[in-house]
Write a protein that binds this ligand. Structure first.
Ligand code: AMP
Length: 125
């Protein structure tokens, strides 16, 4: 069920628990402000989620409220994970679902990194 990304941050969401170490994840990389882990239900041969560790529901509040250090750290980790998983030469896709119309299900900002195969059209008709 897509979430309302304008609601306040819910500290009980599943990615908050992963950040706090209360739930496991299949970690790919970690920095001071960000974490990357494999999606539990991969939709491509490479399907990695990159999240900020801070309490941001979506791209909207992250881009408005995160510190420069958090934004730089997050952006660089997305690029590093793509390079580190051999995605750059063949190409890959980044996707962030935001709110109800975006189909966001977990109310903690995450970027999906898809790769490892041709990914088809951006959206199905
Ligand atoms: P979204 O629809 O953009 O909110 O995507 C949420 C993503 O989180 C989905 O691709 C899920 O498969 C993934 N997901 C949910 N729970 C976990 C988990 N515990 N570990 C890794 N990925 C998860």
């Amino acid at each position: 069920m897509p979430i309302d990304a304008t609601l306040p941050y819910d500290s009980d969401n599943i990615f908050a628990k992963i950040v706090r170490g209360e739930l496991p994840c299949n970690k790919v990389a970690e920095t001071e402000h960000s974490l990357a882990f494999h999606d539990i239900n991969p939709l491509a041969p490479i399907h990695i989620l990159v999240i900020p560790k801070g309490k941001y529901v979506s791209w909207d509040d992250f881009s408005a409220k995160a510190s420069d250090a958090e934004i730089v750290d997050f952006t660089r980790l997305v690029g590093k994970v793509a390079r580190g998983n051999g995605c750059v030469e063949q190409g890959y896709r980044l996707l962030a679902n935001i709110g109800k119309r975006g189909g966001q299900e977990v109310p903690h900002l995450h970027v999906h990194l898809f790769g490892g195969a041709p990914l088809g059209p951006m959206l199905s008709a």
